[in-house]
Write a protein that binds this ligand. Structure first.
Ligand SMILES: NC(=O)c1ccc[n+]([C@@H]2O[C@H](COP(=O)([O-])OP(=O)(O)OC[C@H]3O[C@@H](n4cnc5c(N)ncnc54)[C@H](OP(=O)(O)O)[C@@H]3O)[C@@H](O)[C@H]2O)c1
Length: 291
């Protein structure tokens, strides 16, 4: 199997979930990775020739495509770069998987929705507000157009161990409170927040089982503030350092939807079985990683 974006936050968890069942080739770009259970390979996914050569050499039996330009604010200001990495490269990967007739999961985002409704099903209409959401939405459509057998897995805001990504918000959140700083969190932005370890297992589980879109997210619809309170509790932090604020109090480059919570009935019926947020937070808090 090839995992793209193996050096990213989700990639860390995908490697561990997939290595139990597959021989994994782990593609990274700028951050070399070291994981004994996988073969690391450098590849810029916008380099179609290099990617095609890897497919020829490896003859993979499946692909999980988790490489992306995933910073919404950066994408908003660098549209061409976002399009190349998020759309063009995904089209190319779908074409290669179609040629090789192998299962593909393309990892997408809840940000393809405008957030006016909440608890979206796979059948609900898309209307992304940001360039990142728009490019991920175009990529979803292109992937399924090029390769109708592919799986599009829409994912929520995730938390978890993150030794591959120093930009992980849970680490920043914990560090800020430990420094005695107050953390402001939106009380009016809702997501089906999910633990990355559970979600990675879910992605590996649906590989080859779904043609089209499936939502793989947490079971609970939480505001960022509600999630912050749960995280503070799990890590034994003083909740007095949490303050709640509204989306409209903060100006950011990329517009933010209010409620992009996801209905996950379809995935649950397929056997996806995520931990609840408290249980997965407790597991993360028990690890030495966040000390
Ligand atoms: N994190 C979330 O909460 C969240 C929520 C919803 C959906 N998602 C989706 O989940 C997937 C993974 O996101 P993430 O949070 O793991 O992102 P991330 O931590 O920012 O990692 C992005 C990964 O993509 C790779 N990458 C970027 N540009 C590349 C290029 N040109 N060539 C090759 N690799 C490239 C990076 O490689 P290097 O670091 O080695 O350069 C890294 O491995 C994405 O599809 C994202 O849209 C994430």
């Amino acid at each position: 199997m090839i995992i793209t974006g193996a050096s990213g936050f989700l990639g860390y968890h995908l490697l561990r979930a997939a290595a139990q069942q597959y021989e994994v080739y782990a593609l990274y770009n700028q951050k070399p990775l070291h994981y004994a259970q996988a073969t690391p390979l450098h590849c810029d996914i916008t380099n179609y020739i290099q990617l095609g050569n890897y497919f020829e050499d490896i003859e993979p039996d499946a692909v999980i495509h988790a490489a992306a330009m995933a910073d919404a604010n950066y994408c908003q200001q660098h549209k061409a770069e976002s399009y190349a990495a998020n759309v063009d490269a995904s089209k190319n990967i779908a074409g290669l998987c179609s040629d090789y007739k192998i299962p593909l999961v393309y990892t997408s985002t809840d940000l393809v929705f405008d957030g006016k409704q909440g608890m979206y099903t796979e059948a609900d209409g898309k209307n992304p507000l940001s360039i990142y959401g728009e490019h991920k939405s175009i990529a979803e459509d292109e992937v399924l157009h090029i390769y109708p057998n592919a799986t599009v897995a829409r994912l929520p805001m995730m938390f978890g161990y993150a030794d591959a990504s120093d930009a992980n918000y849970l680490q920043k959140f914990i560090a800020q409170i430990k420094r005695g700083e107050t953390v402001s969190l939106f009380n009016d932005e809702y997501r089906s927040v999910g633990g990355a370890a559970s979600i990675a297992k879910g992605i590996v589980h649906v590989l080859g089982r779904v043609e089209g879109v499936v939502h793989i997210a947490g079971k609970e619809r939480l505001s960022r503030y509600q999630f912050g309170a749960k995280a503070a509790k799990a890590f034994g932090l003083n909740e007095a350092y949490l303050s709640s604020c509204s989306q409209k109090d903060v100006s950011m480059a990329a517009p933010r939807p209010a409620d992009v919570s996801l209905n996950i009935e379809k995935a649950l019926a397929l056997g996806y079985n995520p931990l609840n947020v408290d249980d997965e937070l407790n597991l993360v808090a028990q690890s030495s990683f966040y000390e």
